[in-house]
Write a protein that binds this ligand. Structure first.
Ligand SMILES: C[S@@+](CC[C@H](N)C(=O)[O-])C[C@H]1O[C@@H](n2cnc3c(N)ncnc32)[C@H](O)[C@@H]1O
Ligand SMILES: [Zn+2]
Length: 752
């Protein structure tokens, strides 16, 4: 056993530059990476989690309490990484750091040699029993997943039902069934696709050669307000359709003035060489420009007219099925071989949409006539109220989640939910629900067409839900990302990439109320929700109404007596508020209280020799609450390591609000009998502690905000090792006061 006196590697050194680089690169990894399973906000990079966890688990070989047996075994495992000119414990420490840095590379994460070495090191450190890694705010599971990769036991909790769905799949089902699961999913996917061909194909206009559309490019429309014009204005940001090096396509138009009725713009496809000849955008910021008369339409008018159409994602037809308004089709994209083909829309395309609308109406009528035991087929839940940060669609009349989808998208999703309902195997059912969520992310009217890369940009490509004036309707058929085949492919690649591991344990519960304790060595590794407005849970509601239809009766998704209630877990108060359907006001006292409760529980879950790492909040208030909670509830903060996924560290200055940097605080349970500290002595020690640690890091080339963040932990240690700190007058000093002093001191050391 590693004794409580023995420092862990993470308390003395950490390869932050290497791990930051790998964390940054990981953002661009596509197939096989667990982020391909499901959209999730605030996901920690696996590179960072793997590296921090390994450094938390392994003892520092230079510490005099480090078990000799560990050093011997680790020396053998890392033999090839050791500098042949160096000997002893320092050489082993360097080799361990090198291994941690290299293993952080996604390219090595599933390599058998690396896995074997990583697991070998953990076994060498814990010969009696593998440690348990706990994360009670596990989200999409980065931390517990890395625990499994390193051969540990993993316990993951989260109060969000979607997180639970992802966690169960990632940490329980993939390790339990491996490739068998992938095969079964593929089989089920192809069955669903065949059925879709029978039931949905008529709602997509095929080309004469039978090719199904890959994507429909639409524009929302309004009418020109000029009294002698009244033309329909398709709201288009750019008339380019495709603009890559090899192929260029765009739309241009001519104004037709019929004898009767308003003028209109008639589009033609052409192949431009440069921007010359490409019409100007018809929507600039939030104001529109009439293509026929040049009249400028105010933002208010745009808002009002789109509101009348509930956002305008759907086509409006007359009773004979002729389009009379609403969304206008700009072009249809098909994929031939590996090449995209663009064509202008035809009447046939609109007929297909008309049939879709009729089918959907009939479906809703059938439900009205039924005994309404089931939820209505299309979810009609309210969006968060107007003014919710990052949600900008409500002002254009999209007040319900269903307004975000076109009729055809709704029909495809209703079809998919019904297919999933019929799946008997509960594991495949849950897996298919994950597949469905991937489709949903690419099947809303918020998706756009990236003309440079010729691909569909997902709904949540940004941390926001803004309106897309012109949008891309992905197809449920073909190889595109709105389709089942594509989604199955992404999910099965994640399964197939997994190197095999123990099976994790997943629970959906409130992390501030949970307790786990026995004598297993453990690491508490977690990233609790941040203080401040965080729309994370509102985004979950995008998927949740569809999930409730696909998995009816799933208690976790539909609390009894409240079947359609959206799930809004306030990240602000860290409370289990599953009933409310509006965002919580910022509640600092509530947050502080929840954080205190959390660290008090956490403290009781760990044994004295155990260790913890918590991701530091990004807001000043959040940090204060975190540090106060930790210190007051019995923790010593011993180190802190920033891992950046943004720009190079030295150009980031000493910015304490750097949003691309995650700071991992390293903490230890404080002994019950810790003494009372003297405020004056701590203040005398602070500059010395910060300066000497900063000098040590600077010698390793660490600078800018990385240097600043890495000094926080050691500076907090000299305060947090006491059970309480008092000044000469006997007054207790709050941790928040000390934190300010720490930031002040660090600012003097770190140069911009
Ligand atoms: C910052 S995220 C964690 C992200 C995670 N580390 C990852 O890599 O995906 C915080 C998580 O805490 C969860 N959460 C919020 N309040 C909670 C509570 N009271 N109990 C348990 N989980 C909670 C949220 O659902 C969210 O998944
Ligand atoms: Zn006009």
């Amino acid at each position: 056993m590693i004794s409580k006196e023995c420092k862990r590697l993470v308390e003395v050194e950490f390869p932050i530059n290497e791990v930051s680089n790998h964390s940054m690169r990981e953002k661009f990894v596509r197939y096989g990476h667990p982020s391909g399973l499901h959209l999730w906000r605030a996901r920690q990079p696996l590179a960072a989690c793997r590296a921090i966890l390994l450094a938390l688990l392994l003892p520092d070989p230079c510490d005099r309490h480090c078990p000799e047996e560990f050093k011997t075994k680790a020396g053998v495992i890392l033999q090839d990484l050791k500098d042949p000119l160096e000997y002893g414990d320092m050489a082993l420490r360097k080799a361990m750091l090198k291994f941690i840095g290299d293993f952080a590379d996604w390219g090595n994460a599933n390599e058998p040699d690396f896995i074997e070495m990583g697991r070998g090191l953990v076994e060498a450190a814990y010969p009696e029993k593998v440690p348990l890694i706990m994360d009670l705010f596990a989200g999409a599971g980065s931390m517990p997943l890395e625990a499994l990769r390193l051969g540990c036991d993993a316990y993951a909790g989260d109060s969000n039902p979607i997180a639970r769905l992802i966690l169960k799949f990632l940490l329980e089902e993939i390790p339990r069934y491996g490739r068998e699961l992938a095969e079964e999913l593929r089989r089920m996917g192809s069955e669903i696709e065949k059925q879709a061909m029978r039931e949905l194909a008529e709602f997509y206009a095929q080309d004469p050669d039978g090719e199904m559309p890959y994507a429909h490019l639409w524009a929302r429309t309004i009418r020109c307000t000029s009294s002698n014009c009244g033309a329909e204005i398709p709201l288009v940001r750019s008339f380019w359709l495709c603009r890559d090096d090899r192929s260029k396509k765009a739309l241009r138009y001519k104004v037709i003035k019929p004898r009767e009725g308003p003028p209109f713009a008639e589009f033609k496809l052409f192949e431009p060489i440069t921007d010359l000849g490409i019409p100007e955008a018809s929507i600039i910021r939030t104001r529109a420009v009439c293509l026929c008369c040049g009249n400028i339409i105010s933002s208010e008018q745009v808002r009002e007219q789109l509101s009348q159409q509930r956002g305008g994602a759907d086509v409006i037809f007359n009773e004979k099925g002729r389009r009379i308004g609403g969304a206008r089709l700009l072009a249809v994209v098909t994929l031939r071989g590996r090449k995209y083909h663009y064509r202008l829309p035809t009447e046939k395309d609109y007929r297909a949409v008309y049939r879709t609308k009729k089918r959907l109406e009939q479906m809703l009528d059938d439900w009205e006539q039924s005994n309404k035991q089931e939820l209505p087929p299309v979810p009609d839940v309210s969006l968060p109220p107007e003014g919710t940060p990052n949600f900008r669609v409500q002002q254009y009349g999209m007040s319900r989640w269903s307004d975000l989808f076109t009729a055809r998208q709704k029909l495809a999703l209703v079809f998919l939910t019904r297919c999933i309902q019929k799946i008997e195997n509960p594991i495949i059912k849950d897996a298919m629900a994950i597949v469905m969520d991937r489709c949903i992310d690419y099947l809303s009217s918020i998706c756009t067409w990236d003309v440079q890369r010729q691909l569909i940009v997902r709904t949540f490509s940004r941390q926001a839900l803004p309106i897309s004036w012109d949008f891309c309707e992905g197809s449920f058929f073909g190889k595109g990302p709105g389709g089942i085949e594509n989604a199955i492919d992404w999910v099965t690649r994640v399964i197939e990439a997994w190197p095999g591991s123990k099976i994790g344990r997943v629970k959906q519960n409130d992390g501030t109320k949970h307790m786990l304790s026995d004598s297993t060595p453990r690491v508490w590794f977690t990233d609790p929700p941040a203080y401040g407005a965080n729309p994370c849970d509102d985004f979950s509601n995008f998927f949740l109404p569809w999930l409730k239809r696909a998995l009816p009766g799933h208690l976790l998704l539909s609390p009894p007596g409240n079947p359609e209630n959206t799930f809004v877990m306030s990240s602000v108060t860290v409370s289990d508020n599953t009933k409310s359907d509006s965002p919580q006001p910022e509640n600092y006292a509530g947050f502080e209280e929840a954080v205190a409760k959390l660290f008090s529980k956490g403290r009781h879950m760990l044994n004295r020799e155990d260790i913890c790492s918590v991701v530091f909040n990004k807001t000043a208030k959040g940090r204060e609450a975190l540090v106060t909670g930790l210190i007051n509830e019995g923790w010593i903060i011993t180190a802190s390591w920033p891992i950046s996924t943004g720009t190079a560290s030295c150009s980031r200055g000493k910015d304490f609000t750097n949003l691309t940097t995650d700071v991992y605080l390293i903490c230890r349970p404080r002994p019950e009998n810790a003494p009372v500290g003297s405020w004056e002595e701590i203040l005398r020690e602070l500059p010395q502690r910060v300066n000497s640690w900063a000098a040590h890091l600077q010698r390793q080339g660490i600078c800018g905000s990385d240097l600043a963040f890495a000094c926080i932990g050691p500076a907090l240690e000299i305060f947090s090792r006491y059970c309480r700190v008092e000044n000469v007058k006997g007054e207790t000093i709050r941790p928040g006061i000390y934190l300010e002093k720490v930031f002040g001191q660090i600012s003097t050391v770190v140069k911009d």
